[in-house]
Design a protein around this ligand. Sequence first.
Ligand SMILES: NC(=O)c1ccc[n+]([C@@H]2O[C@H](COP(=O)([O-])OP(=O)(O)OC[C@H]3O[C@@H](n4cnc5c(N)ncnc54)[C@H](OP(=O)(O)O)[C@@H]3O)[C@@H](O)[C@H]2O)c1
Length: 221
Amino acid sequence: MSDTVLVLGASRGLGLALAKAYAQQGRRVIATVRKPGDAAPLKALGAEVLQVDFADPASVSGLAWQLDGEKIGLALYVAGVWDGHDAATPPAREQFDRVMHTNVLGAMQVLPQVAPLVEEAGGVFGLFSSEMSLLADAGSDAWLYRVSKAALNMVVASAQPRWPRATVIALDPGWVQTDMGGEGALLTVEQSLQGLLRTLAGVTPEDAGRMLRHDGRRMPW
Ligand SMILES: NC(=O)c1ccc[n+]([C@@H]2O[C@H](COP(=O)([O-])OP(=O)(O)OC[C@H]3O[C@@H](n4cnc5c(N)ncnc54)[C@H](OP(=O)(O)O)[C@@H]3O)[C@@H](O)[C@H]2O)c1
């Protein structure tokens, strides 16, 4: 399998931690950031850095040529945004677009460009979802975020049959102490990271189109 790891959304939080960890393992890392000022720490790790805003289709459309000819053993769509409003608050158009563009539209625009490169390597494409997406465990908090991640789960499930030689999975990192998760979250970045690294190393073709937790548990949708 190709040694190349592509981390989509690597400026901070889990994306940065994953890019760092794979670079330290000696793998070739291609990482994306939205703001050019966030490239330096990744470059210092030896990563190649691309600039992509996943909420901007014109920006995402440039990925295919930037990655032309690559074989990608592991691609991770980590970029995501949070919205905490509950179900009593109808989302404004701008609020809806902000969350859905990054969490769903960006993923749907990235997949057709990157999944063929993952297929070339017989690799894994993991997209960061959340246990908050699960229909069986729905609450009314963070309504829009839940809806966006449930939609992302369908992106994963319906992409898998289109690119059968790639293993496309949703990942749940747990509740993590990043800017998004906040200081009170259950897991440190390091704890989630170590679980994710173990889980990703153990992905098998039987996992295709499913959700995997950071602790290795396979989750029902
Ligand atoms: N933390 C948790 O407790 C938790 C739980 C479940 C699932 N998740 C999921 O795990 C993933 C990583 O979360 P995190 O906690 O590391 O979040 P974070 O610390 O808030 O970082 C979010 C990352 O997404 C990037 N991003 C957001 N919008 C983007 C856009 N339009 N284009 C490009 N990049 C964009 C950010 O880049 P900028 O720096 O440019 O904003 C940043 O790198 C997310 O998909 C999140 O939904 C997190």
